[in-house]
Design a protein around this ligand. Structure first.
Ligand code: HEC
Ligand code: HEC
Ligand code: HEC
Ligand code: HEC
Length: 491
């Protein structure tokens, strides 16, 4: 039987392991060769169950497999040279930038590899983001993993060290360590700060629904656990946003702690933790047009920078005042270091609650409508998030055969909404190498398009009889009041 073969081939791995492990604090990474035999996870993609060719699928299709080697390509080079110009003339300097600032997220390595040292062999980079980055260091679980009774929830008990990638919460927690960032997980610094972004790294904007969907399946997509992801797009998106928020709060808190600890004893440049960290704030509070007529259409901060809006906007029931209290000030590291872990914990439990909540498309449509009625102005981020919420509704409607027609129409309307969120292409052309801001974002155009989309979704039949229903007449009128109020405030 194949499982038996699998076990036999692992005996050798263990023989090596006993000698190597010693008293290491962190469980040891065994590398994906320990999963690679054809009877375990290295089978041929076209045959057998998904688990039998997970590794082959990862090699052939997964963006994570190439994440390490891309650090040597022409997209990475300019980022590295901007972080340290001396890297242009020295391979050692270049590789130390990779070690200290890149490989924690791009390669499955141990914490000690991320400290300055020798040049990085390409073989290390070729590891990419491998199995153990998501499933946990195998030293602690490989033994039990090959036993016949290895199934069910007990696989993910804390004692096994195998990460829970199955539940919505567990999977989100796995991804956010890199896709939002973290400074504590397994002793690693995975920090996408403003230095890296300004050097040219894409700002990270994690969305559980999309990223999970875009990851090539090296697992059984029809399993029961996968239902939680397929049933409700609304829920997956909500949980993802709450987990994103918890992770950003934790990252920010840890920045404060690390800043307080390293302030006095600055040695390595990479150990300095800037404070306050610009990436904690709403990007467009600073990156905005200085033309005051343009400023009218976006929400511009009143001099006090606000928390990065990707993670906290009122759809998560955080008021602007609450948001301001999360924002770090220059002399504020101690307060933030204490406050934010508490908030992060709150948001993780909120995420757990959201994971078992059922929100129907019609319920969500009404929520979006009511929220749009309440706001006077909408920043680009807030608008983008309302768009994503409506997008999730569309996905859920599309699953219901009875709603196919309205889902299709809503998809068309959504593409119009999306157009209003796009940045001005002429400006993009003229400002190459600059950070693009939605300076020309026109909130009225956005609301008009949202109004049309909501109208479609809330009046599915769109024939004379349903248009007369009290509820729908209300919607149209209220939203148009809102639109004219915004329009009137234009100069
Ligand atoms: C906090 C984790 C993290 C760190 C640190 C990090 N990256 Fe990334 N990087 C990512 C993630 C996640 C993506 C994918 C972004 C996306 O598509 O959402 C990415 C994408 C990239 C891309 C774009 C690849 C593409 O397909 O367009 C390049 C290039 C890159 N990183 C290079 C670097 C370099 C060079 C460094 C170090 C100077 C670095 N990264 C540090 C997480 C990180
Ligand atoms: C970027 C994260 C990530 C990486 C890297 C990754 N996995 Fe997975 N893996 C997942 C997720 C998510 C699931 C689906 C949930 C589950 O079944 O646990 C999964 C599921 C699996 C399963 C269960 C398959 C099934 O149908 O029961 C196996 C086996 C597996 N992975 C093996 C591997 C191997 C081997 C590697 C390395 C070559 C790897 N994974 C790399 C995230 C990852
Ligand atoms: C160890 C860090 C790490 C973890 C954990 C991780 N990723 Fe990634 N992910 C990356 C990096 C780095 C890239 C960029 C690779 C590239 O562009 O080739 C990336 C790229 C991706 C992409 C492609 C993005 C694009 O723009 O095309 C998807 C999708 C993705 N990850 C999904 C996930 C999901 C889902 C999880 C959790 C189950 C996860 N990742 C966990 C580091 C990680
Ligand atoms: C507190 C103000 C502030 C905040 C908040 C801020 N930045 Fe910046 N950013 C700056 C300044 C100042 C520069 C340097 C501009 C220059 O020298 O041209 C800069 C430069 C950059 C650059 C370099 C390219 C360019 O446009 O010259 C990028 C990219 C960038 N920021 C992206 C971001 C992103 C993404 C965020 C949000 C996560 C963000 N910034 C938040 C002030 C800020």
């Amino acid at each position: 039987m194949s499982l038996q073969w699998c076990r036999n081939s692992l005996v050798f791995v263990f023989a090596g392991l006993m000698i190597a492990s010693g008293q290491a604090a962190e469980p040891v990474l065994l590398g994906n060769q320990s999963c690679a035999t054809s009877t375990c996870h290295g089978g041929v993609i076209t045959s057998g169950p998904a688990w039998n060719h997970s590794l082959s699928t990862w090699i052939a299709k997964d963006p994570h497999a190439g994440a390490g080697l891309l650090l040597r390509d022409q997209d990475s080079r300019p980022i590295i040279l901007r972080l340290n110009p001396a890297a242009a003339d020295s391979d050692d300097v270049f590789d130390n930038v990779l070690r200290e600032r890149c490989i924690s997220c791009h390669v499955t390595v141990a914490a000690e590899d991320t400290r300055a040292g020798e040049q990085l062999p390409n073989a290390v980079l070729a590891t990419g983001v491998s199995c153990e980055s998501c499933h946990g260091a195998a030293e602690s679980w490989l033994g039990e993993h090959v036993q016949a009774d290895w199934h069910g929830d007990k696989r993910f008990a804390t004692s096994t060290g195998m990460r829970d990638t199955e539940s919505v919460i567990g999977r989100a927690a796995t991804c956010v360590r890199c896709h939002v960032g973290s400074r504590t997980a397994d002793g690693m610094v995975r920090d996408m700060n403003h230095d890296l972004i300004a050097a040219g790294h894409p700002a990270l904007r994690f969305d559980l629904l999309l990223y999970n969907e875009n990851m090539p399946r090296h697992w059984d997509a029809s399993s029961e656990a996968e239902n939680a992801f397929q049933q409700s797009a609304i829920r997956v998106r909500d949980v993802g946003r709450a987990m994103n928020l918890a992770a950003s709060l934790e990252l920010s808190a840890q920045r404060a702690v690390d800043h307080l600890n390293t302030r006095e004893s600055v040695s390595l440049a990479s150990n300095q933790v800037p404070w306050p960290e610009l990436a904690d704030y709403d990007c467009f509070a600073c990156h905005q047009s200085l033309d005051f007529r343009r400023a009218e259409s976006t929400v511009v901060s009143s001099g006090v920078p606000i928390w990065n809006a990707w993670s906290t906007v009122r759809q998560l029931a955080i008021t602007p005042a609450a948001m301001a209290s999360l924002s770090p000030m220059r002399s504020d590291a101690e307060r933030i270091a204490k406050l934010l872990p508490v908030k992060a914990k709150e948001w993780r439990s909120n995420a757990v609650a959201l994971a078992s909540q059922e929100v129907s498309p019609s319920e969500r449509l009404n929520q979006i409508r009511d929220e749009l009625l309440q706001v006077r102005k909408l920043s680009w981020y807030e608008a983008a998030i309302q768009y994503l919420r409506l997008d999730a509704v569309q996905r859920d409607l599309a699953k219901d055969p009875d709603k196919a027609v309205v889902a299709e129409q809503l998809a068309k309307d959504l593409s119009m909404v999306e157009k209003t969120l796009r940045f001005d292409p002429d400006r993009l052309k003229n400002q190459r190498g600059r950070y693009h801001s939605p300076a020309r974002f026109d909130v009225n155009k956005f609301l008009e398009a949202m109004n049309a989309a909501l109208h479609t979704a809330l009046n599915p039949a769109s024939d004379a009889s349903s248009a007369k229903s009290a509820n729908s007449a209300n919607t149209a009128r209220n939203l148009s009041i809102f639109l004219s109020r915004s329009a009137a405030s234009q100069p």
